[in-house]
Ligand binder design. Structure first.
Ligand code: CAP
Ligand code: MG
Ligand code: MG
Length: 487
């Protein structure tokens, strides 16, 4: 027990000078619950396992504070003076405190950061997103549906031209967005610059055929920052502004890579791929942090989009509370969390602009996904409540990116679970496994969306649409839905 970190009932922690955190902890005997919470607070702020004589009056003033305990549910609430964090908005530094050594503490058998709340004064230190889903919607001229995307599959192993052919097949079939898969880099069989050149050619061909603009997300993750920047600069030298995004494997390449790309290329969509997040976020893992926590930090870091999961509709573990909760943390100005309601604005209550925006946002979300789609089809509105009219004092949105085992037949179900159309869906297997090939895979996706929008059952809508009819038969037999039905 380190009593100096315990101050139950402390109300000062709500004065806007503290980051608030809710940890679910499991304690190793003989430590008490309160004792473990103080050890956690010490190690994740100013202390160690022993009280040091070198502490000063000032250093003790920035100790973290255990301000509430819910032993029955295993929740410890800890407040951190936000001044302890590196100045200038540094996510890796905050996580080194809150998600660093504490995961290794012997007296904690479980230590999961389930929710976090950022005070306005701290939020302004961080970049937040710059180029957003609204900008991509404008570039694509797509407002009344999700951005329809794919990941080229097989995950790796295609030559640059084979890769680009699939991009063309997808874009020419009506798709908007193609991404590199998360491990694609500068492999022997697909040299980076040749891949970029080939994608540009495929994009030009598809755009002249369809008359529609297209986007490609290039993975710029690399062994070192210089190589990452070199890859980003090459993409920028070949592609048209707006036609490309930079993908960063945010967990394996790290937060410094994410924030470097955000700061060097503010006019480019920053695509945060979260490969590796499962080690921290899966429910069965008692040590780590939740999907909403990862998503909140990604928005703070300035991700234009981050994968938030399919809420159990696809192949990855996940549920509505986590995944749709995370999507709302990413998109909304005010979003309810598991433990804290986050307001992504610096001048909250007394500001009429923000209050009007919150009212509009509430109305928009009450429409549900289809209601919003219909509103947009009539008015070509971007996401109400957090759009280009967004005052400077509100942190811009991060777009949920939804993939993981989705296929056209599952899209309607996910839309209803999501409750919004403001996301990018990227189906890999769910497009390239279509029995008639990639071009039909995206056509089936567009047809499935149209059926959902017009509230027509898929089977009925597919009567005169071969791509969708074949997709329904194939995915009901081979897709995730088949596995779930067997379960
Ligand atoms: C999906 C994917 C994505 C995962 C990421 C893959 O491919 O490209 O990286 O979905 O998961 O490599 O598995 P499929 P999440 O569409 O073929 O499943 O979006 O949950 O972070
Ligand atoms: Mg240390
Ligand atoms: Mg992938």
């Amino acid at each position: 027990m380190q009593a100096q970190y315990l101050d139950l009932g402390n109300k000062e922690v709500f004065n806007g000078q503290y980051l608030l955190a809710a940890f679910k902890i499991k304690v190793a005997a003989p430590e008490t619950f309160a004792g473990a919470a103080t050890e956690l607070a010490a190690e994740s702020s100013t202390g160690s396992n022993l009280k040091v004589g070198s502490a000063t009056v000032y250093s003790q003033s920035v100790d973290a504070v255990v301000y509430d305990l819910d032993e029955e549910n295993g929740i410890a609430y800890i407040a951190y003076p936000w001044v302890i964090f590196d100045r200038g908005g540094n996510v890796q530094n905050v996580l080194t405190f809150l998600a660093g050594n504490v995961f290794g503490m012997a007296e904690l058998l479980g230590c999961k950061l389930l929710d976090v709340w950022f005070p306005p004064a701290m939020m302004v230190q961080f970049d937040g997103p710059s180029y957003t889903l609204d900008d991509m919607r404008k570039y694509l001229d797509v407002y009344d549906r999700p951005i329809l995307g794919t990941i080229i599959k097989p995950k790796i192993g295609l030559t640059s031209y084979e890769y680009a052919e699939l991009c063309y097949d997808f874009w020419s079939g009506g798709g908007d967005f193609v991404k590199n898969d998360e491990p694609q880099a500068d492999q022997q069989f697909s040299p980076y610059e040749k891949m970029v050149d080939a994608v540009r050619m495929a994009m030009d061909k598809a755009e002249s055929l369809t008359g529609q603009t297209k986007v490609h997300s290039f993975n710029v993750s690399a062994a070192d920052f210089d190589t990452m920047i070199k890859r980003a600069d090459y993409v920028q030298s070949v592609m048209k502004p707006g036609s490309y995004a930079f993908l960063v494997d945010g967990i394996t390449a790290g937060w410094m890579a994410v924030q470097t790309i955000r700061r060097k290329y503010p006019n480019v969509f920053l695509h945060f791929h979260r490969a590796g997040h499962g080690a921290f976020t899966r429910h069965e893992n008692p040590i780590g942090y939740s999907v909403p926590v990862l998503t909140k930090f990604a928005r703070l870091a300035g991700a234009s989009g981050i994968h938030t999961g399919t809420a159990g509709v696809g192949k990855m573990a996940g549920d509505v509370a986590d995944d749709i909760g995370a999507a709302k943390q990413a998109l909304r100005v005010k979003s309810k969390g598991l433990y804290f309601d986050q307001l992504w604005a610096e001048i909250p209550e007394q500001d009429s602009d923000v209050q009007n925006m919150l009212t509009r946002e509430e109305l928009t979300w009450s429409l549900g996904a289809r209601g919003l789609a219909q509103l947009r089809r009539q008015n070509k509105l971007t996401m109400e409540g957090n759009d280009e009219k967004t005052p400077w004092r509100v942190m811009k949105k991060t777009a949920p990116i939804i993939s993981g085992g989705l296929n056209p037949v599952l899209l309607p179900e996910f839309l209803d679970v999501m409750g919004s159309i403001d996301f990018i869906t990227t189906m890999g297997g769910g497009v390239h496994s279509h029995p008639m090939g990639t071009h039909s895979g995206i056509k089936a996706m567009v047809q499935a969306y149209d059926a959902w929008f017009n509230q027509i059952p898929l089977e009925e809508y597919a009567r005169d649409k071969e791509e969708l009819r074949v997709a329904i038969e194939f995915y009901n037999k081979n897709g995730i839905q088949a596995h779930r039905n067997q379960a």
